[in-house]
Design a protein around this ligand. Structure first.
Ligand code: MSK
Length: 640
């Protein structure tokens, strides 16, 4: 199996072999054969009588020592994954909300309100009375209101859930009893009910998992929206992607993880330190590059080039030209520390809850954020002086990308065509079939799949069938690295009618070329942007989300966060394809609930298909079924 679909990275994989450095692919091979019990989800480790394992072939034990069967064990393990994913995303949102509170109370020196208009819109959405209040009072109420979603006692749904989805959908979820009132207690609930001797009913467990995962969604809404207030709402921006964005004659600093609190400040302080880097011999000064979702955050708002998504993060250090990797939280391989020690590269951890042995821990503190960032840049410049030029190998080639498609920027663009009804150009083109439907690609890379292969293969097939693609997270990274986020890609891969629409929109945007066929909407927390766009379309048409010709796909799914995302996507009524089987096959009941039972109660469901060509065909079929159900024919009048 090839390791990367991006051939230019192969030289670094060879280099690692020559230097006897193990990479993620090597560790995966050494791990084989993977534990079959773990893969099927039928290993239970929640007490110390065991661990227990259910025999999947029916010859050995069918119950754990306490009597829990495969259905209970699989469901418990799965919902614990959802709880972990929800905790990760929602804590991110909480950190951003606390920072907004500090800005509002003027106790933060490092951050400001960059998008006051968005703050006002959020306040109105939260039913906050803004009359006679200044910006800081409003920001304080928005921050407190958002933080209440983490602590509410009253039995009413979280504000950021109820104000961001169609009423019909909210009612459906409320009837099911899954509209949570408090994100953190939804996580506590999962940990409590999965304790030994508590909830043994797999369906009851899965419903609790759905409620918790809607907390993941709620946390994402908070993360995305309040980050926009603090750091600006993304607008289309031109940049580049691939490891070729690392420059031989620069002090290269990679920012990696998820939370933009430090990376934004690093980008801010770099300008004032360029001279220092040049004096140290780096003719091109300081070059910031992005990895994973912190990379997506600074790409969208600041145009910072994207070096890598999840699976090739180690290769950024293998270039021998990276002075520092600065990480915050989530998706950071602990192996980075060992690999950095083979080079002059400094690995900085910056968050109290994400330390890595061997890394330099330089903790981000709100009141000293600028000083923290300057210290990191200063030490990076020092590291540059120790660079071994004989070890430098930067793969050639980088792709031009257009990123920054927030919901606001898309609506802004469309309003140039129809000021009164900005969504009409999209709706009309969906109705007349120029755009058959929309696929939101999200999620990670998984070492079990050639990196980016499933994303790219599926995208080419969908685009040829006139399906528009939105992308976030490492999926967006995959498309950026494989030249699917520029105007040339539209000319090359989009079907004729989709190409015509994107060309019209690109011209209206002043590009004098088509919009890219894959619209980069941001990091994994920015999946909320895709929902916002879908909700706007559904509201305009007065339909529920499940009726839209919209599907989601995570073809290289890997993390617990992705399991939480997939579950709330289904909960919102949107079918979701995954290209890797989660650990549920040990329970036919749980597998059935996810792939069909969910459809009966929330309309959304999981489609598991490992072959990307077949997956694309299945998604096209779902889109066509939804079009038929909407009776979309050729004109708006006849149709919706
Ligand atoms: S970074 S959660 S590997 S998308 Fe958001 Fe990428 Fe998945 Fe991490």
């Amino acid at each position: 199996m090839n390791k990367c679909s991006n051939a230019s990275n192969q030289c670094l994989i060879n280099k690692a072999q020559e230097e006897k450095i193990d990479l993620v692919w090597d560790r995966y091979e050494k791990m084989k054969p993977l534990c079959g019990f773990g893969e099927k989800g039928i290993c239970c480790r929640i007490c110390m009588k065991g661990p227990c394992r259910i025999d999947p072939f029916g010859n050995g034990p069918q119950e754990g020592i306490c009597g829990a069967n495969a259905d209970t064990i699989v469901a418990r393990n799965l919902v614990r994954m959802m709880a972990s994913g929800t905790a990760a995303h929602s804590l991110h949102g909480k950190e951003i909300a606390k920072t907004l509170l500090h800005v509002a109370q003027k106790t933060s020196k490092s951050y400001q309100i960059k998008d006051a208009e968005k703050l006002m819109n959020i306040a109105k959405k939260m039913n906050i009375d803004i009359e006679g209040k200044d910006l800081y009072q409003i920001a304080e109420e928005v921050a407190y209101g958002s933080l209440t979603d983490y602590s509410r006692i009253e039995e009413e749904p979280c504000t950021w859930l109820s104000n961001s989805i169609p009423k019909k959908r909210l009612d459906k979820l409320r009837d099911l009893g899954v509209t949570l009132n408090n994100i953190e207690s939804s996580v506590t609930d999962i940990m409590s009910r999965t304790h030994l001797g508590t909830d043994a009913d797999p369906v009851n467990l899965l419903l609790a998992g759905l409620r918790c995962s809607l907390g993941d969604y709620t946390g994402m809404q908070i993360s995305t929206n309040l980050s926009d207030v603090l750091f600006g709402t993304p607008e289309p921006v031109i940049s580049e992607a691939n490891l070729g964005v690392i420059k031989e004659d620069a002090v290269n600093i990679a920012v990696h993880g998820h939370n933009p609190l430090l990376s934004e400040i690093i980008v801010d302080v770099v300008d004032e330190m360029q001279e220092e880097a040049i004096k140290a011999g780096a003719a091109a000064g300081i070059n910031i590059v992005g990895v994973c979702c912190t990379g997506n955050e600074v790409l969208l708002r600041r145009g910072i080039p994207m070096a890598s998504n999840y699976l090739s993060q180690e290769l950024t250090i293998l270039t021998g030209a990276l002075e520092a990797m600065v990480v915050d939280v989530q998706c950071i391989m602990p192996s980075l520390s060992k690999i950095a020690s083979c080079y002059h590269t400094k690995l900085f951890t910056t968050m109290p809850d994400a330390k890595i042995p061997g890394a330099t821990h330089l903790e981000l503190h709100d009141e000293h954020a600028k000083e923290n960032a300057r210290e990191i840049v200063k030490q990076s410049i020092e590291a540059y002086k120790r660079r071994d030029t004989g070890k430098v190998l930067i793969p050639e080639g980088k792709n031009k990308i257009i990123a920054g498609f927030s919901t606001e920027s898309i609506v802004g663009l469309l309003s140039k065509i129809n000021k009164e009804k900005p969504l009409s150009p999209i709706i009309d083109n969906i109705v007349n079939g120029n755009i058959r439907g929309v696929v939101l690609f999200a999620g990670c890379n998984n070492v079990k799949i050639t990196q980016d292969h499933n994303f790219v293969t599926m995208a080419k097939e969908l685009l040829a069938n006139n399906i528009l693609i939105l992308a976030t997270g490492c999926g967006a990274g995959a498309f950026a690295q494989n030249a699917l986020m520029n105007s040339e890609a539209t000319n090359r891969y989009a079907g004729e009618s989709l190409k015509a629409v994107l060309t019209l929109l690109g011209n209206e945007a002043g590009l004098e070329a088509p919009l890219p066929p894959v619209l980069h909407m941001g990091s994994c927390v920015d999946n909320s942007r895709g929902v916002d766009l879908a909700v706007s379309l559904a509201n305009e048409l007065d339909i529920d989300l499940h009726q839209l010709p919209l599907v989601a796909s995570a073809p290289e799914v890997m993390s617990e966060k992705a399991i939480a995302i997939g579950t709330w996507v289904a909960g919102l009524g949107v079918p979701l394809h995954i290209g890797v089987m989660p650990p549920v096959e040990g329970s036919p009941l749980v597998t059935d609930v996810l792939t069909s039972g969910l459809k009966d109660i929330v309309d959304g469901y999981f489609i598991v298909e490992k072959e990307p060509e077949k997956a694309a065909a299945k998604l096209i079929q779902v889109i066509e079924e939804k079009r038929a159900a909407l009776k979309i024919t050729s004109t708006i009048e006849e149709g919706i």
